[in-house]
Design a protein around this ligand. Structure first.
Ligand code: FDA
Length: 308
C-alpha cells in the first residue's frame, strides 16, 4: 500500500485513540487479531510455531510490546525473552527471536537497551540461537544501528537487524554496514514517516527495495528478503540465480497470517522461508499496522464486528 495513502494515515492516526485501543483490545482477538498473532501467551504460541515448523517453515517469534516507560518494565521484557529462548530450546523449535529495542528501554536510555539486548544475544549464543533487532520509527534508526554495530564489533555474530526501503537514508546505511558482512532483513517499512525522511510514493519505495536487496545480496552477509510482494520475490530469485548467490546466504521472510500459500509455494520450490510469528497480550499496535497495510484486512475485521 502507498506509504502515505490517506486511508493508511487515517488508520495509523486512529490507532492513537485511547477509546479505540480499549475497544479493540477487549474484542480484537475474537474479531480477527488471531489471524496475525499466535496467541496471548507463550504456551499458546508454542504449538503454532511447531505447526509452522512441521510445514517446512522456519519461524521467529516476538513478545509484542514497544515503548516501555521504566527500567523495571524493560527488565520484565528481558526476563520474558530469557524464558522464550529457553522454551524454544526445550521444545526443539526452529525458531529465533526478533525484538524491538524500545521494548528493552531504548526510549529511556540507549545504554540500558544496549545492555539488555547484549544479555539476550549472549544467552541466545549459548543456546545456538539468533536475535534480530527490528527497526522502528525513523527517530530510532541511528541508535538501533549503533547498537547493532557495537554488538558485532564486540564479536557477536548471532545478531541481525533491519533496513526500511522507504527511508531515503537506508542505502547509505547499508553501504556503511556491508564491511561487517551483516545479517540484514530488508523491508519496505511499516510506520507513518514524514515526507522529509521517507519516499511518499509506493513506486519509489518498491524501486529502493529492489536496489537494497540487490546490494545486500552482492555483499558478503546474509539477506532476509522480507516482503509479501511476489514481484520483489521473483526479482530477488532471478538476481541471486544470475549472480550465483548460494542459497545459505538468503532467505524469504513473511508475516504470520499473510500469504500463507505463497510461503508454502516457496518452500516447495526449495527456498528457505521464515514466518515472523508474534505473541503476547500487547498486540494492539502490531494489529493496527497490519490493518493499515491492507484495506482488505480492515474489511475482514469490520465484517467480524458486524457479525458479532
Ligand atoms: P506491499 O505492502 O507492497 O504488499 C505486497 C502484497 O503483499 C500486497 O499486495 C498484499 O497482497 C500482500 N500484503 C502485504 N501486507 C499485507 C497484510 N498486512 N495483510 C495481507 N496481505 C498483505 N517493518 C518495519 O518497519 N520494521 C520491521 O522491523 C519490520 N519487520 C518485518 C518482518 C517481516 C518478516 C516482514 C514480512 C515485514 C516486516 N515489516 C517491518 C513490515 C514491512 O515494512 C511492510 O509493512 C509489510 O511487509 C508490507 O509490505 P510488503 O513488503 O509485503 O509489500
Amino acid at each position: 500500500m502507498n506509504p502515505r495513502s490517506p486511508l493508511r494515515a487515517a488508520i495509523l492516526a486512529a490507532a492513537e485513540s485511547a477509546r479505540l485501543q480499549r475497544f479493540v483490545t477487549k474484542h480484537g482477538f475474537r474479531l480477527g487479531a488471531s489471524r496475525f498473532v499466535a496467541g496471548q501467551s507463550l504456551d499458546e504460541a508454542v504449538p503454532v510455531l511447531a505447526r509452522l515448523n512441521a510445514q517446512g517453515l522456519q519461524t521467529n517469534t516476538t513478545l509484542l510490546g514497544e515503548g516501555v516507560r521504566s527500567e523495571a518494565e524493560a527488565r520484565t521484557a528481558v526476563d520474558a525473552y530469557h524464558e522464550v529462548l529457553e522454551r524454544i530450546h526445550f521444545e526443539g523449535l526452529r525458531t529465533n527471536v526478533a525484538l524491538k529495542l524500545t521494548n528493552l528501554g531504548l526510549s529511556i536510555d540507549e545504554e540500558l537497551a544496549h545492555r539488555n539486548v547484549a544479555e539476550l544475544v549472549e544467552h541466545a549464543a549459548r543456546l545456538g540461537n539468533f536475535i534480530r533487532i527490528d527497526m522502528e520509527e525513523s527517530i530510532y534508526v541511528d541508535a538501533t544501528l549503533r547498537t547493532y554495530r557495537r554488538l558485532r564489533e564486540a564479536g557477536h555474530d548471532n545478531v541481525g537487524t533491519v533496513l526500511q526501503a522507504y527511508l531515503f537514508r537506508s542505502e547509505a546505511d547499508l553501504d556503511s554496514l556491508l564491511p561487517l558482512a551483516p545479517n540484514m532483513r530488508i523491508v519496505k517499512g511499516a510506520y507513518l514517516e514524514p515526507a522529509d525522511v521517507a519516499y511518499p510514493d509506493k513506486s519509489d519505495v518498491d524501486a529502493a527495495y529492489v536496489r537494497l536487496v540487490e546490494a545486500s545480496l552482492s555483499g558478503e552477509g546474509f539477506t532476509a528478503v522480507a516482503t509479501h510482494d511476489e514481484r520483489m520475490i521473483e526479482q530477488a530469485i532471478a538476481f541471486a540465480r544470475g549472480r550465483g548467490v548460494p542459497p545459505e546466504r538468503f532467505q524469504f521472510q513473511m508475516l504470520y497470517g499473510v500469504r500463507p500459500r505463497l510461503q508454502l509455494d516457496l518452500v516447495s520450490r526449495g527456498y528457505d522461508v521464515l514466518v515472523a510469528t508474534p505473541f503476547g497480550p500487547e498486540w494492539y499496535r502490531y494489529l493496527m499496522r497490519r490493518l493499515a497495510e491492507r484495506p482488505a484486512n480492515l474489511l475482514f475485521f469490520l465484517r467480524n464486528l458486524v457479525r458479532g
